[in-house]
Write a protein that binds this ligand. Structure first.
Ligand SMILES: [Zn+2]
Length: 322
């Protein structure tokens, strides 16, 4: 990865990160003792960027880092890794590296949310983006020396491809490089490249396994292949490269489970109400059920002390569905 500016998200000390993660956990002040506590829509942290939308369930459960929710107890033993927990957890953070004419060399930028990347890309490409949850002024903070886009520049960004694209990593890199062999006017201005590792290994073995180190070094070789290919074509310094991960990874184990079945004394949550179990619990009760009632009963059960690990799950009513 030589020549790449490494702009890591500012790394708070572990203590700071722990405190931060604690301070954003749903307040359990009354929930623990007061069974009537209800998490109203304003309690669902707005920083999660969840708003009333058909695509987002009316009931959302936030789960303590490394815990998982399942329907019922099963014999399946599973120790691996997961992501998708509260983005305030240090373990969910990832990298951002920008290199190219639009990025000042060696500059470190404070940590930011991935939701900002969209405006960064539209700003570099000098195109009007659709409305989104990022801030319009964000790109200035990452590339303050350049206010206008220069050129017919070419951008390479790491994005998720269509699911059907599953070629060897080398081929993906070479495909991007071959675009640069086209006549100037035919070179795409925006290209993406995606690697499903080390996410893939992270799910299977957790984030601290040597397998992860191997996967990371393989990706490092792919980045090296990309840089060498661009250098060989004499365009490395002309291309803006944005490299991002979409999340971190945390180890999970079968001991850290919460079973929805254990809530049956308070409310039965059938399987077909659940859109996703873990790490984000998303529940959509059928018409005729009051989401507020479901949330109230679930939290009553979870805070009763009679549900295993119940204290590690907090259920919220998502805004607009009250
Ligand atoms: Zn994943």
């Amino acid at each position: 990865m030589r020549n790449l500016v490494l702009a890591k998200p500012s790394s708070p000390s572990n203590t700071e990160a722990t405190n931060e993660a604690k301070s954003v956990k749903p307040s359990s002040t009354s929930a623990a003792n007061e069974a009537k506590s209800v998490y109203l829509k304003e309690d669902l942290p707005s920083r999660l960027n969840y708003f009333a939308s058909d695509r987002i369930s009316p009931i959302i459960g936030l789960i303590e880092e490394s815990y998982k929710v399942e329907q019922k107890e099963s014999k399946r033993k599973e120790c691996g890794g997961a992501h998708g927990y509260d983005n305030a957890f240090f373990s969910m953070r990832t990298i951002f590296i920008g290199h190219g004419p639009q990025f000042p060399r060696g500059k470190k930028v404070p940590s930011f949310e991935n939701v900002q990347i969209y405006n960064l890309v539209t700003s570099i490409l000098n195109i009007q983006g659709a409305s989104n949850n990022g801030t319009a002024s964000f790109p200035d903070s990452v590339m303050p020396r350049w206010s206008i886009s220069i050129g017919p520049l070419h951008e390479v960004m790491n994005l998720h491809p269509r699911k059907s694209v599953r070629s060897p990593f080398e081929n993906r890199v070479d495909t991007v490089l071959e675009y640069f062999d086209l006549p100037d006017r035919e070179i795409p201005v925006f290209m993406t490249l995606y690697f499903e590792d080390p996410d893939h290994q992270g799910h299977q073995v957790g984030p601290d396994d040597p397998e992860i180190t191997d996967a990371v070094s393989r990706i490092d070789r792919m980045i090296g292949r990309l840089i060498e290919g661009l250098e060989k074509r004499g365009v490395f310094e002309d291309v803006n490269i944005i490299m991002v991960g979409d999340h971190g990874m945390v180890g999970t184990c079968d001991k850290k489970l919460i079973f929805l079945e254990d809530l049956a004394r308070w409310i039965e949550i059938p399987k077909d109400w659940v859109q996703s179990y873990s790490p984000l619990l998303a529940i959509r009760p059928p018409a005729g059920w009051s989401p507020l009632d479901v949330v109230t009963k679930m939290n009553k059960g979870l805070s009763s002390g009679k549900v295993d690990n119940g204290q590690y799950l907090k259920v919220y009513l998502n805004g607009g569905f009250a």
